[in-house]
Design a protein around this ligand. Structure first.
Ligand code: CU
Length: 224
């Protein structure tokens, strides 16, 4: 091979390596879960967060993964788990849970904890405890370990004709509506996570979506 040909090969090699790096960085930036802020409510001092949980998110790099969506100010469902909340406020959560259920690894997570009044409402009915061994089990949960918050979301019948197979799911599809309120304290970034081992196809159900921000875990950004 001539000197010129070898030099050309080196240049092409560098160009390919550079293109791969740019592709990787741009891809990561494009898929970085955005931050959605809580929305004002008609009650002073209370903000609203509306989420849905899909058995398959239906979009993005992992369309078959389980994941959360958060509704933005214009009502659009954004696939993310990063939520901005005001400090020292009450946050009213509404969660539309579209997935079928299973059991927790530890039944202690059946207990509602850290919410206002220690309760959550399943389709309007208040409860302090949800048994993960009865009915359709627990689909997913909302846990903020640093704030002592634990709310299980009851699963739906995965064999129903109107079961949602891919998000974003719509109100006409089978779902449970779970509501609860929490109170934020000082500013900070708080990790939250679903505690149901729902990462189907991964070791012990705890890989994939369970360990990826934007699917089964994320952050509450509490700001002053
Ligand atoms: Cu989950």
């Amino acid at each position: 091979m001539s000197k010129g040909a070898r030099a050309a090969l080196v240049v092409v090699g560098f160009a390919i390596a550079l293109a791969l790096v740019v592709y990787g960085v741009v891809g990561w930036l494009l898929h970085k879960p955005p931050t959605i802020s809580a929305q004002p409510s008609s009650t002073p001092g209370v903000v609203n967060v509306t989420m849905q949980v899909d058995g398959s998110v239906g979009t993005g790099p992992h369309p078959s993964w389980v994941g959360y969506r958060v509704q933005n100010a214009s009502g659009k469902w954004v696939r993310t788990t990063v939520i901005q909340l005001p400090a020292h406020s009450e946050v009213h959560f509404t969660v539309y849970q579209y997935d079928s259920g299973s059991g927790f690894r530890n039944p202690v997570w059946d207990q509602v904890a850290g919410t206002v009044g220690g309760v959550a409402y399943l389709n309007g009915k208040s409860a302090t405890y949800f048994n993960d061994q009865v009915g359709n089990g627990i689909g997913h949960s909302f846990n903020v370990p640093a704030l002592g918050i634990n709310v299980p979301f009851a699963g739906v019948n995965g064999n129903a004709s109107n079961f949602c197979n891919a998000g974003p799911c719509t109100m006409s599809q089978l779902h449970n509506t779970i509501t609860f309120d929490i109170k934020t304290g000082n500013p900070g970034t708080y990790r939250w996570q679903c505690f149901v081992p729902c990462g189907l196809g991964f070791l012990n159900g705890n890989g994939g979506p369970m360990t990826t921000v934007g699917y089964m875990g994320g952050f509450l950004k509490v700001v002053a």
